[in-house]
Design a protein around this ligand. Structure first.
Ligand SMILES: Cc1ncc(COP(=O)(O)O)c(C=O)c1O
Ligand SMILES: N[C@@H](CCCC[NH3+])C(=O)O
Length: 429
């Protein structure tokens, strides 16, 4: 519970099945459904747990304009991973002082865009994770707020592919940080230090999180002792959410207490930058069963959503709860179907194109609507047009279209002219 009485977790079972069925009828499937009210609740819980810290929302988890407007309205700043995200944040009305761009091997075009944006928004912050990035910013005339990304030598996450802390790709080693920080302090407005352990940290990873924070606190004190004032100690995001219906919620207050304790006394301000925690349980993915096949070891439910709509199961073997909402007008589906091992398989020509494997679920029938839980974070954002599949639409619970459904024409709109001869059977532009 947070101060506003909202639950710490919103389970898939708590979404209104009737409302979801109506949205699928009206907008078609696959369809992302998004609840902005839940974004507010999650922001408030975060701000309540970290009252003295700057809380930045990691935009990469869900970049819809409505999300960026909502998190900012709730007092969160916005952390961006690319020029595109900076552009989205500024266009959503987030002021430059609340925008941070975390540059990871930044393409020249990103630096040019962000340095251009900084000229209009001089309070914007850039985080650099390599001396080269500092040089390249200087070459472009940037002398504004610059934060240093440190490699803390320790990381955590729900899968090895999302552990960033300790990986050589991210940040400068703790041993090199003091010299680079001093250099930044001389030529730029030094905006403190940053590190990020990884994504999807659970209670089991608390020791790693604590160690990262401890190292960052120590570095901040060393820098201060060397005469380099550290305005902000940003310890990243990564707070996990329960993906299984019976997994416990992350104890955010315990994480916040551990963070403060491990950080120790610092001159500057603590900052955190969660993405998943803000938006994971604000979204579900709806998909329709179009094929049912009894195989010896499992019942295959073929659906119109697969890895191009929701990549996480294929990429990380990630678990997402699945609920069969039936075909509408039925009795609740769970009541009258036997439970069988169901494999939900998408329309893409890859074996990895599965949303779940041999999961105990009510026997599926053609036309059933399935809801896939916790799809608000890194769901729509990681969708692709592989196999020339149009990306799903995304609507709010109230039916407002946040991102319209892609069409076949959209999918080929970047092709060279001449490849787009229209056919008489195409009803759409
Ligand atoms: C630098 C940085 N900050 C914040 C985040 C947000 O992570 P999460 O969505 O797990 O909170 C990420 C992604 O892992 C990241 O790379
Ligand atoms: N995309 C990842 C999270 C990594 C975020 C980027 N640092 C996931 O879906 O779990």
């Amino acid at each position: 519970m947070s101060d506003d009485g909202s639950p710490a977790v919103r389970r898939l079972g708590n979404w209104d099945a009737e409302g979801l069925r109506a949205l699928a009828e009206e907008h078609g499937t696959p369809l992302y459904v998004f609840d902005p009210a839940r974004v507010r609740e999650n922001c408030r819980r975060l701000r309540g747990a970290f009252p003295d810290a700057e809380v930045q929302y990691a935009a990469k988890a869900h970049t819809a304009r409505r999300t960026l407007e909502t998190v900012h309205d709730e007092g969160l700043a916005v952390e961006c991973a690319s020029a595109g995200e900076v552009r989205r944040a500024l266009r959503a009305g987030v002021p430059g002082e609340d925008v941070t761009y975390t540059a990871v091997n930044p393409p020249a075009a990103d630096l040019e865009y962000v340095v251009g944006a900084w000229r209009d928004h001089p309070d914007l912050t850039i985080t650099a994770g390599a001396a080269d990035t500092v040089d390249r910013l200087e070459e472009r005339g940037f002398d504004g707020r610059l934060r240093l990304r440190v490699n803390p030598g320790v990381g955590a996450g729900h899968h090895e592919k999302v552990v960033t802390g300790g990986h050589p790709k991210f940040g400068v080693g703790l041993d090199r940080a003091p010299a680079l920080a001093a250099r930044i302090d001389e030529s730029f407005a030094f905006a403190g230090i940053h590190a990020h352990a990884g994504s999807g940290i659970s209670g089991d990873d608390l020791a790693d999180h604590r160690e990262l924070v401890r190292r960052m606190g120590e570095l901040a004190r060393d820098l201060e002792a060397d005469g380099v004032p550290v305005e902000t100690v940003d310890v990243g995001g990564g707070f996990g959410v329960p993906y299984r219906e019976d997994d416990p919620a992350l104890d955010l207050d315990a994480v916040a207490d551990a963070t403060r304790e491990a950080l120790g006394e610092i001159e500057g301000q603590l900052a955190v930058e969660p993405g998943r925690y803000v938006v994971a349980d604000t979204g579900v993915l709806l998909t329709r069963v179009n094929t049912v096949k009894d195989a010896p070891e499992t019942v295959v439910a073929g659906t119109d959503a697969g890895m191009t709509a929701l990549l996480r199961p294929a990429m990380y073997d990630a678990f997402h709860a699945v609920r069969n909402l039936g075909r509408g007008g039925d009795r609740p589906v769970d009541a009258d179907r036997e439970t069988v091992g169901v494999t939900v398989a998408g329309p893409v020509c890859e074996t990895a194109d599965l949303l779940c494997e041999n999961r105990p679920l009510p026997r599926p029938a053609r036309g059933d609507l399935l809801a896939v839980g916790n799809a608000g974070a890194y769901g729509y954002e990681m969708a692709s047009t592989y196999n020339s599949r149009p990306r799903p639409a995304e609507v709010t619970l109230a039916g407002e279209v946040l991102r319209r459904r892609e069409t076949l024409a959209d999918v080929s709109r970047l092709d060279a002219p001449g490849d787009s001869t229209p056919h008489s059977h195409e009803g759409e532009p």
